[in-house]
Design a binder for this molecule. Sequence first.
Ligand code: SF4
Length: 304
Amino acid sequence: MKIGIPKGLLYYKYYPFIQTFFTELGAEIVISPDTNKDILDDGVKYCVDDACVPIKIFHGHVVALKDKCDMIFIPRIMELRKQEFICPKFCGLTEMIINDIPDLPVLLGEPIYATTRKGLKKWAVKTGRSITKNRIKINKALKLALEAQEKYKTLLNNEGLQFKVALVGHPYNIYDVFLNMNLVKKLNKLGIGVITEEFVDEAQINLSVSKLFKKPFWTFARNSYGFSTYLSENNEVDGIIYISSFSCGIDSVVVELIKDKIKDFPMLILKIDEHTGEAGFDTRLEAFSDMLERRCVEYENNLS
Ligand code: SF4
């Protein structure tokens, strides 16, 4: 039994769980290649026009796998925290794929409620049943997958560069280097290091978020807000870079909330879609780097 795993969306955050679960069930796993131009082009061809680019890219990964496996796993993650969601597109991801791409193999697209062990077990049994009828094997695969995930963290924290910025956004925008045009490498070349949200305590994020007039119900939006406003208020970074998907409603709201809170703290918003040109992207990074430099000089002049 070959299970295809698309290397898109939250694969970057949860691949130890996904790979361990299916391998422990006895399946052979086939992972799609790193995102590339062909995957993007296929995604744009099959996906509805007004979707964000990470969803289009995910379609491209499914196309890359569809003739190479018996089943494809669809990470239809509904909840990671109680009464919070990821995005409407995640909730309907399986249906989007079924309706957009022809001649698919079987899709493993059960909703995932990861807030409780019971919820995860329900998903594991429904999904695992397609591969084995052995409940003990399914339970063991879930346990080992959770342990593998526990040992892994996506994080970035560059030390020793002239400036440091909080890099904010959905994990796929931060970790897919094709999608973000090697953003971190480009920043490092300009003397700018990045730090990601995993380095801020959840308690600090909760505290910042608790000051909002309404509790956010999108998990990554709450993390982005809490992380960036905490670091800027405490002057722990020189600026904020928010990498956002064009046409993402969640990003557009959280960006405004952050801007409102941090006032004139330096912030660069990079909106990306399939048409984003690399030259314009580089120019914006250089201009931001120049601005950080100028602020630094002004600060030193004020001290002397
Ligand atoms: S949260 Fe935004 S970027 Fe992520 S899938 Fe939803 S619309 Fe796209």
